[in-house]
Ligand binder design. Structure first.
Ligand SMILES: [Zn+2]
Length: 113
């Protein structure tokens, strides 16, 4: 399942963040998930809670922040609002996605021994 492979790489990332702090323990993990990332956040949460057993994330709850999609003009960086035509009204450039497709490990809270 897609969400399980995301959790796998998430836990791998947390491990590489935590590795330099030997004996430290991870307390909380925060991720940003864009609404266009194609991730089901409920499934991701379930996958994480299943997968974290026996990993460095075992005692670290996951908080998922849903990031709304945002478009902007690649030329003048004008923000294009949701529901508007995806084209810059002044440059006539097609808008590009500025946020909303990310899967990002934002923050790891840990206690260092
Ligand atoms: Zn523009």
């Amino acid at each position: 399942m897609h969400e399980y492979s995301i959790v796998q790489s998430l836990v791998d990332s947390v491990e590489s963040v935590a590795r330099p702090y030997e004996g430290g323990s991870v307390h909380h993990v925060y991720v940003d998930i864009g609404e266009l990332a194609g991730v089901d956040c409920d499934l991701l949460q379930t996958a994480y809670d299943t997968f974290r057993e026996g990993t460095i994330c075992q005692d670290a709850p996951l908080t998922i922040e849903r990031i709304a999609a945002q478009w902007e003009c690649p030329h003048c960086h004008l923000a294009i609002r949701r529901g508007e035509i995806l084209r810059c009204p002044s440059c006539n450039e097609p808008a590009k996605l500025a946020a909303g497709d990310e899967i990002l490990l934002r923050r790891v809270e840990m206690e260092v021994a």
